[in-house]
Design a protein around this ligand. Structure first.
Ligand SMILES: [Fe+2]
Length: 300
């Protein structure tokens, strides 16, 4: 049975071929092996969450009633999630262009991958899967303040689109928008995906890339090879990152309020033109990501 294994799912290939971004979660297609993958991923990371995850994340896991034994049905997750923060997980067929992704956040929808990694590669895959998206991201969305951060981030994307309209010179507009997207991607990476947060006298993990990684969740807090610095906007937006190995450099925020304030600051910096010419390097901004912002700037 074909199942819904990442990069090997005919249902997903078909949806992509037909240009369908938003899809249903075809739950009946998960194979027993897919379910076993979820069971193994969950069982081995659960003790690590208890040790390293931010308390709000653990509360989120409990509030969502995440099942250790079965891949979650998004419908059921949303029944718990929506009353708490208004957020909903929304199934997608794969890659979502940057502006559309951020704009979903603005409307409290979280584009969610429904495939699950191959049982033979539990540790690392470059693509997101349902374990990363639902076990790594969605528990944080149960927290109202964290949810507000994501919405605010979506509003910043909209501001960028509006701001881009005002740049008359076409070449300049493309150059500036590309740089701003790079800065936003770096900000997102070093907070929502790989952020650390103070919790009392300790450091805890709230970034989803860390929360869904069996190896990195402990490495990021315990290894002497990792540099951990207080969040500093001028560093974060200029700092390139690579996705294929453990992160050598992470940033710490004090609280969700602190994080929210940083998103506000990000918008201020964008409008002041301070992200127009950032340090080059990763991430490369794809044509589709750039086009998604430029198209939006014509529409808003
Ligand atoms: Fe993610």
């Amino acid at each position: 049975m074909a199942g819904l294994t990442t990069t090997k799912a005919p249902f997903i290939e078909e949806a992509q071929k037909n240009g369908e971004l938003y899809i249903r979660q075809p739950y009946e297609l998960y194979s027993e092996e897919n379910q076993e993958t979820w069971r193994r991923l969950y069982a081995r990371i659960r003790p690590k969450w208890e040790k390293f995850a931010h308390p709000k994340f653990m509360q989120g896991v409990a509030n969502l009633a995440l099942n250790p034994d079965r891949i979650p049905r998004l419908e059921e997750i949303n029944q718990f999630l929506q009353p708490l923060s208004g957020f909903a997980a929304k199934a997608v067929s794969g890659y979502v262009p940057a502006y559309i992704f951020f704009d979903c956040l603005r409307t409290r929808a979280f584009p969610t991958t429904v495939t699950i990694r191959d049982i033979n590669s539990l540790d690392y895959l470059p693509e997101p899967d349902i374990f990363h998206d639902v076990a790594g991201h969605v528990p944080m969305h149960t927290d109202r303040r964290f949810a507000d951060v994501l919405v605010r981030f979506g509003e910043v994307a909209r501001s960028v689109a509006e701001h881009a309209q005002e740049i008359r010179d076409q070449e300049q507009r493309v150059k500036n928008v590309e740089s701003i997207i790079k800065g936003m991607a770096r900000f997102f990476w070093f907070t929502i995906e790989f952020g650390l947060m103070r919790s009392g006298s300790e450091l805890k993990v709230y970034g989803s890339g860390l929360l869904s990684s069996f190896g990195e969740i402990s490495h990021c807090l315990e290894s002497p090879d990792v540099q951990r610095y207080p969040f500093q906007m001028e560093w974060v937006v200029n700092q390139y990152f690579e996705i294929h190995h453990y992160q050598p450099l992470l940033y710490i925020v004090d609280s969700f309020d602190h994080l929210f304030d940083q998103v506000e600051l990000l918008e201020k910096w964008i409008l002041e033109g301070r992200l127009n010419n950032l340090s080059p390097g990763e991430p490369e901004i794809s044509e589709a990501d750039l086009a998604s912002f430029l198209d939006a700037s014509v529409r808003v």
